[in-house]
Unconditional design. Sequence first.
Lengths: 359, 236
Amino acid sequence: MTQAARLAASLLADMQAAGAVPVAADILQPAETLLDLYGEDIRARAFVTDDPVLGEMMLRPDFTVPVVQAHMTGGAEPARYCYAGPVFRKQTGARAREYLQVGYELFARDDAAKADAEVFALFARLLGGYGLRPVTGDIGILKAAVSGLQTSPERKAALLRHIWRPRRFRALLERMGGHGPLAAARAELVATLRRAPAARLMEEAGQMVGLRSEGEIAARVARVLADAETPPLAREDVARLEALLALAAPASAALAQMRAQDWPAIGPALDRLEARLGALAKAGIDPDTLPFEASFGRTTMEYYDGFVFGFVSAREDLPPVATGGRYDALTAVLGQGRAIPAVGGVIRPELLAKLEGGR
Amino acid sequence: MSIKLGVPSKGRLMEKTFDWFSERGISLKRTGEAREYAGAVDGIDGVELVLLSAAEIPRELAAGRIHLGVTGTDLVREELGDWAAQVAELAPMGFGHADLIVAVPKAWVDVETLDDLDAAAAAFRAQHGFRLRIATKYHRLVRDYLRAHGVADYQLVDSQGATEGTVKNLTAEAIADITSTGETLRANHLKILRDAPVLCSQATLFAARAADWAGLEGVADDLGARLGVDLRAAWA
């Protein structure tokens, strides 16, 4: 048994002792579910293979999806699950393509703050002694800030859709503020579309081909023209949002700074953060020293929508040793109408073994 | 032991490659009867001509079975992961120009840029219940490009030929393909998005890092001097 496998077994036993039921998941997962969830980008990250009967399959890139699916089809509530096994990711360079993940997932309807704190405190305890730096964040605050912008629902939806793609998000913010390269291209498009009714423009453009209908094109033309009448995002709103995205401070201080903004739209999300910090304090985690970074978790796969956390080593050549967070929306997507609040995380034992070897 | 030079085995690409070498004092020619893929090199010793399908040249370079190869930058970047670690790009050859572009129906008067395509893809998925399909054979290049530009809610569907026809045949909503003149696109009622192309490709001389260059340094220097390139880049 390798050192990593020994660590995985001992972490799994600790998670069981914390009340989690061990679950297994197939290595071969149907590709369609993962593609629908993550989009085409997952193909660049996961190994795809195919089965003559079942069609495209993926070597599981994580356990979250199968564990959520298993819970949705027959789990009792609240539920705590743990698992350990290899996951597979395409990488460039020397990074591992196949590595172990040990994970803990908690499904509970009441007291989200307490559930968040339970998971984080468990990870902090299991990882104590490795000299890792914890980081926390909250995607829910970012979503609330975007939803609270003084602009059209369409613009908010476009920004919310790209919260996990920081560059695209910034480009959209710029365009909606009326500057940057996208704004110039948009102004040209608007000028063209104002020249004549959509139906005439389509007629002039030539034969209709493809599945996207005239009605769909006309509807987007109407949206583009309506958007052109929407006032640009106020500079102070954008500046406030950007200041929020850049915020990094100990959690209690970060909360105080965000409260001081007097920003009603993010008030409820800040209440949730405050409740979480209270629950963390009760679980023995000091909010006055716990690092909080508002943008943390934005570049991971897009399913975390609330509390997010990570444990990172000082060695810059290593990826985060553990990551996790809340993914309520994912359970709604996979549950086909049913949803359950969920929070969880994973640890990579090989990285722990490396850290032990380096001591 | 000799340096194996892989060259496309037929058509304009082969002729232009022969011209390019001939301008540099090295004569490449096919030998034997017309259907036999054998070749000869005059004007320099220690170089062997290997005639191959242009599409196979990236793979042969990666495996180190040929030392040098002429093929399009599009094929090398699509076929070889971390391509720069596997081949050295020695010289663009000034022919075989083709752009890899994204095209949509001309009737999409609301879509001129990737920014528009992304918005159209979101609405399309909401309307049809599946992600907007883009037909291509350049999966890796197109996916990296769309990802870098933050386009979401699309899927790539494989098309190894007649890609421009997929939209009319309702197997894709848009395409990403190589075009040199754009005539086929126009004939199929498609237009190119205004953003910079995914890739501007041309015929290029590549050297294989995995090939066995031991004992060939002298020939390599000689050949490099004639061609005006540094073959030592392959094992540097």
